[in-house]
Design a protein around this ligand. Structure first.
Ligand SMILES: NC(=O)c1ccc[n+]([C@@H]2O[C@H](COP(=O)([O-])OP(=O)(O)OC[C@H]3O[C@@H](n4cnc5c(N)ncnc54)[C@H](O)[C@@H]3O)[C@@H](O)[C@H]2O)c1
Ligand SMILES: [Zn+2]
Ligand SMILES: [Zn+2]
Length: 404
């Protein structure tokens, strides 16, 4: 049996290719770490993918901004139905519908034991932390495919209580694999609570998920900044205030909204491909968002930073940024006693609670991020539209189950 999948085909290109159907062993392939070749995965399940989303994190690779090898099968936002269980799986069964956290974690190491599943020590021979279909993440095969292997499945999977109920809310539940927990983690990291004023940099899907999370947590005012007007309109559609950073630094526009040029909580949902503000909006300035959050976040406040920063960026504009060194005004953050919360989101910390919020109609995450379903074959078009700034979160539907 084959397995159609989306793969990275060099800078600016993805293609739909035929790949092998998964087995309970990690085979050599593009991006697979040599020490992971031959790894037995009897603790895994194979799932039939029901929904698998395109993410801004994929775009960094597809834009040629990482060292991702050609042929890498993409996709880390995976929801599906268990079709085979490995020998060592105890509790999952064929037919279970699950959400798969994008972090792969073992459940056995010291970090997993305290819930830091984004920096598991046992799944990536290169460094702590791993994910499906991602450069430098150990080589686990991506899930923008008809079928995918999920390791340590009893530990990693979040099982939905009921299949029919899950299919009714599948576009909302599909956001549990990454962006909803990630946005929520950004808001929690920024210290959002009842009555907070919040600035979210970035109105991409992660920024919109962070804004949604801030509302769920009881924020008084949520302000979203971007330079993409369509995405700002999407933020306004569910009650956010907005600022257009191409008009200048957010501080002045925040003052017009709040009466002070300051917020309680700052969230970076942009990352290292940040554009400058005002006249600099046409160029990339990787430290812009971090510096502006330090400026506008109150002394004693926290910065939640889900936006991705890298240790190597072959496409960076200067030598320092090529190794991930940014021109950050850290002294300002120190002077204001800021807390910085960075890193991969430990999805498992939040996904169950957010699932309950979805199933009990407390939040409409799919609507807020404008989830849009397309077939697997249309992935190249989805990537191109997302890259061009469409105010949409693309959900691939490899088996036509969502459209049906
Ligand atoms: N930490 C994690 O676990 C995690 C998980 C998922 C995604 N991410 C990262 O989160 C970031 C956002 O993801 P996404 O899918 O929403 O990506 P995206 O590329 O769709 O959105 C980024 C948005 O930021 C805007 N932007 C650029 N410069 C800006 C600035 N100076 N101020 C305000 N907005 C600006 C862009 O116009 C764009 O709309 C990415 O870096 C992604 O890799 C991290
Ligand atoms: Zn993602
Ligand atoms: Zn672990």
């Amino acid at each position: 049996m084959g397995n159609k999948a989306v793969s990275y085909a060099g800078a600016g290109k993805v293609e739909v290719i035929d790949t092998p159907y998964p087995e309970f062993i990690l085979r050599d392939g593009p991006g697979v770490h040599p020490d992971n070749i031959g790894r037995q995965v009897n603790h895994g399940v194979i799932i039939k993918t029901v929904a698998t989303n395109i993410c801004g994190s994929d775009q960094h690779m597809v834009r040629g901004r990482t060292t991702a090898p050609q042929g890498l099968v993409l996709g880390h936002e995976i929801t599906g139905e268990v079709v085979e269980v490995g020998r060592d799986v105890e509790f999952l069964k064929v037919g279970d519908m699950i959400s798969v956290p994008f972090n792969i974690s073992c459940g056995r190491c010291r970090n997993c034991k305290v819930g830091q599943t984004g920096i598991c020590l046992n799944v990536n021979p290169d460094r702590p932390g791993s994910a499906y279909g991602y450069v430098d993440m150990g080589g686990w095969v991506g899930g923008q495919a008809e079928y995918v292997l999920v390791p340590y499945a009893d530990w990693n999977a979040l099982k939905f209580p009921d299949r029919d109920q899950a299919m009714e809310k599948i576009l909302d539940l599909a956001m549990l694999a990454d962006i909803f927990p990630t946005g929520f983690h950004g808001a929690v990291g920024a210290g959002v609570t009842v009555g907070s004023t919040v600035y979210v940099a970035g109105a991409g899907p992660v920024g919109l998920a962070a804004a949604t999370a801030a509302q769920l947590l009881g924020a008084a005012v949520v302000i979203v900044g971007d330079l993409n007007e369509d995405r700002l309109a999407q933020a306004r559609s569910f009650g956010c205030e907005t600022v257009n950073v191409s008009l200048g630094d957010p501080a002045a526009q925040i003052e017009q909204i709040l009466g002070v040029p300051e917020v309680d909580c700052g969230i970076d949902a942009v990352g290292f491909e940040a554009r400058g503000h005002g006249h600099d909006a046409g160029k990339e300035q990787p430290a812009t968002v971090l510096n502006s959050l330090m400026e506008i976040t109150r002394a004693g406040g926290s910065l939640g930073i889900p936006g991705l920063y890298v240790t190597g960026d072959p496409g960076a504009e200067d030598e320092a940024a090529r190794v991930g060194s940014l021109s950050m005004r850290f002294g300002l953050g120190f002077a204001k006693s800021h807390t910085f919360v960075t890193g991969q989101c430990p999805v498992m910390k939040y996904n169950r609670g957010l699932m309950q919020a979805i199933l009990n109609d407390k939040v409409s995450i799919a609507k807020n991020v404008n989830a849009s379903t397309i077939s697997l074959d249309k992935a190249p078009e989805g990537y191109a539209a997302f890259d061009a700034g469409a105010a949409q979160k693309f959900v691939l539907d490899p088996h036509g189950l969502i459209r049906a």
